[in-house]
Ligand binder design. Structure first.
Ligand code: FEO
Length: 390
């Protein structure tokens, strides 16, 4: 397999995973890529590796440019296994390379692979000279793990930010201009919502650290290389990392005998009546990671569940657990649900929303109903939600 030229001395040497459909719980319907880059100078530098199982792919792409024993440095920006899984074999295959990473990454490599890897340890502001080029490192802890850092090549105005600015997207194309903008931004938003959302403060710090840099190319570790869409990504990361929402509602629910579903439609109608963009997402039909993509910029999140065995339906509990971990902030919550005799579910949903410090509609006499809702009760739900939104 061949490398793809990004710029005169920069090559993409990553792997395309056409088959992956579940990335630790996140549905990747379009597959994924694990990007690595080779920079040619007096000294030759490999930036990141790929997931285990793709060793032959990365090594053959590197070898299409230079023999493996000519690689002088392997920069490890991040040790999560989608980037470091192939590291042990790549390290062995490039015997003359010096590993460059931060101290957390070195510890992490040892904990993952039970081997002491010698490394040239770097921290924010440190540089690596390879001839005419000088790389600068900026540690970006928790974007995505404690070890994460980004590498900047000023002479080429190119940033290698690893997980930041990624999208899960398998393709034979490599550049942002080769994919429709809407599709690219949707996959970027889904990626942010499911991977990066809990780390908004750290993203803000990273954006500030990168703010003064001249950048015309961003080479992320997943998806397309950014050249034409950099301002769109910077704007989006600014919004997403500050939990900036818009007038949009997502109504998420499951139902046993359609009663909670009818309540969901009554909630939906309230937003429709108010002219607010709204999506109804049944947990029977929608994956939690696709729902999170819609939650990302939605101000109003309604969640409904019938009461099952004194609790929520497992599908709703799973969604709430997942969403709570991702920690969307500055939201307005609307819990609801039908029940037969004990009726705990809407209160459990409310407690989860309150634990996330959301403003929550607390009107259980209207939003928690026994068995089948009447037309009047459904109208009352719509009116209550309309008034609450007002
Ligand atoms: Fe793409 Fe945090 O790994």
């Amino acid at each position: 397999m061949k490398a793809v030229k990004v710029k005169e001395n920069i090559y993409w040497v990553g792997a395309v995973d056409w088959d992956v459909r579940n990335f630790h719980g996140y549905l990747t319907q379009r597959g994924a890529t694990y990007n690595a880059y080779l920079v040619i100078d007096d000294k030759i530098t490999l930036i990141d590796t790929v997931k285990a199982g793709f060793e032959d792919e990365i090594l053959s792409r590197v070898e299409s440019v230079v023999p493996l024993d000519k690689v002088d440095y392997i920069i490890v920006n991040h040790i999560e296994k989608d980037h470091s899984g192939a590291f042990p074999k790549v390290r062995e295959a490039c015997p003359n390379a010096t590993v460059v990473c931060d101290a957390k990454a070195q510890e992490g490599l040892k904990a993952h692979y039970h081997k002491d890897y010698e490394a040239q340890l770097v921290k924010s502001g440190d540089t690596l000279k390879t001839g005419k080029y000088e790389f600068t490192f900026v540690q970006t802890p928790m974007v995505h793990w404690p070890d994460s850092m980004v590498t900047y090549l000023a002479a080429e105005k190119t940033l290698f930010p690893n997980d930041a600015f990624g999208q899960h997207f398998a393709s034979s194309k490599r550049f942002d201009k080769e994919v429709p903008k809407d599709l690219l931004m949707y996959e970027a938003s889904k990626y942010y919502a499911n991977i990066v959302l809990p780390f908004g403060k750290q993203v803000q710090k990273a954006l500030q650290a990168l703010g003064g840099l001249e950048i015309d190319t961003i080479c992320p570790s997943h998806g397309f290389i950014l050249q034409d869409r950099i301002p769109d990504f910077l704007d989006a990361y600014q919004r997403w990392s500050t939990n900036t929402t818009k007038e949009k509602a997502v109504v998420v629910y499951d139902s046993m005998w359609h009663a909670t579903e009818k309540m969901a439609k009554a909630v939906y109608t309230a937003f429709e009546n108010k002219g607010i963009e709204v999506k109804a997402m049944s947990l029977k039909e929608n994956h939690i990671s696709d729902i999170m993509a819609e939650v990302l910029e939605a101000k109003y999140i309604a969640v409904g569940s019938p009461t099952l065995n004194s609790g929520m339906m497992p599908s709703v509990a799973s969604f709430l657990c997942y969403m709570k971990g991702l920690n969307p902030q500055n939201r307005v919550g609307i819990p609801f649900g039908s029940y037969g005799w004990s009726g705990q579910s809407p209160n459990l949903i409310k407690e989860t929303m309150e634990a996330m410090k959301w403003e929550v509609l607390d009107q259980m006499d209207t939003m928690r109903l026994v068995y089948e809702p009447t037309k009047e009760q459904l109208n009352a739900i719509t009116e209550t939600v309309e008034n609450f939104v007002k």
